[in-house]
Design a protein around this ligand. Structure first.
Ligand code: NDP
Length: 287
């Protein structure tokens, strides 16, 4: 029977360290990290995510500044706001809540965020640094959180077969690169993978980020594998479930992250981590 990877507990511990560091920054430099949050339109789920993020910022001492724009805002107006936030010395991180309305090119907006303030780690410059394995750069929150979860259970990817299902720019691809950087042998699967079940069955570490409830069956999993389920799917009943069939996977895996309570809390925690990092680096540049 697998042990549960408690993302909430790991996130709490990291948040405690973040808060201590921020208290130190305030004492020593009289400054608090600042996060500019940009939210366009009135999608209730996006508003809820933003409220949660802002609450967590407040808990650790990050100043968050909310910019609510109507769904009718033009791309030019939105870009003007981003440029203002880029110039604002009290803002160290910028978060643009996705999705944006269809008439706005998301890439154009995300690319306009200064890489040093790109706390989501989506900017091509930061993605390039990640691919090069270069020092510095801000890394995307969910993959960063996944690596912290592996560290929290003492799982060293070195020499292991890591299978990543999903190849999005925000989860699958960057987590595959991070696992490769930590010396795993990485296989990346996607919707055109011929024998998904066989590929999954080779994973000592299995990371699943698809967005389809229970698509990966428990009996596909290699006995003793460490399973990280990124999926977040709302069932008609309102319940949230992952992409992995949790009950049967528990019988095969050695460790498994639950949904909810696994990767989700880590994603927000890594946003706080990146904002603190961006603030510290801005202090270094100025001193
Ligand atoms: P995307 O939709 O961008 O990517 C999904 C990936 O899954 C694609 O690469 C797609 O392949 C692949 N895929 C789809 N169907 C299959 C299939 N039948 N077999 C194999 N691969 C398949 O999703 P995201 O990466 O943004 O998110 C994935 C999931 O993770 C979602 O449920 C999302 O809500 C959740 N998520 C959770 C987060 C958290 O903090 N908990 C954060 C981010 C995401 P192809 O490329 O070929 O289309």
């Amino acid at each position: 029977m697998a042990m549960i990877i408690d993302g909430r507990a790991v996130a709490r511990e990291i948040q405690k360290q973040i808060k201590e560091e921020i208290d130190g920054l305030k004492r020593r430099w009289g400054m608090a990290p600042g996060l500019g949050v940009v939210l366009v339109g009135d999608d209730p789920a996006s508003h809820l995510y933003v409220r949660n993020k802002e609450k967590m910022c407040k808990d650790v001492g990050i100043r968050s500044e909310e910019h609510l724009l109507p769904a009718s805002v033009s791309e030019r107006e939105l870009l003007a706001l981003i440029h203002n936030l880029n110039r604002n010395k009290e803002i160290h991180g910028i978060l643009v809540q996705l999705p944006l309305p269809a008439h706005i090119r998301s890439n154009k907006v995300l690319d306009a965020v200064l890489p040093q303030k790109d706390v989501d780690g989506f900017h091509p410059y930061n993605q390039g640094l990640l691919l090069q394995g270069a020092e510095g750069g801000l890394r995307p929150c969910t993959p960063l959180g996944i690596m912290k979860l592996l560290d929290s259970i003492g799982c060293d990817p070195k020499g292991k077969n890591a299978v990543v299902v999903g190849r999005s720019n925000i989860v699958g691809k960057p987590v595959a690169v991070m696992l490769l950087e930590r010396h795993a042998t990485v296989t990346v699967c996607h919707s055109r993978t011929a024998q998904l079940k066989d590929e999954v069955g080779r994973g000592d570490i299995l990371v699943v980020a698809i967005g389809k409830a229970g698509l990966v069956r428990g009996d596909w999993i290699k006995p003793g594998a460490v399973v990280i389920d990124v999926g977040s799917n709302r069932l008609p009943s309102g319940k949230f479930v992952g992409d992995v069939e949790f009950e049967s996977a528990k019988d095969k895996a050695s460790w498994i992250s639950p949904v909810p309570g696994g990767v989700g809390p880590m994603t927000i925690c890594m946003l706080l981590f990146n904002t603190l990092r961006a603030a510290k680096e801005s202090l270094q540049r100025e001193s």
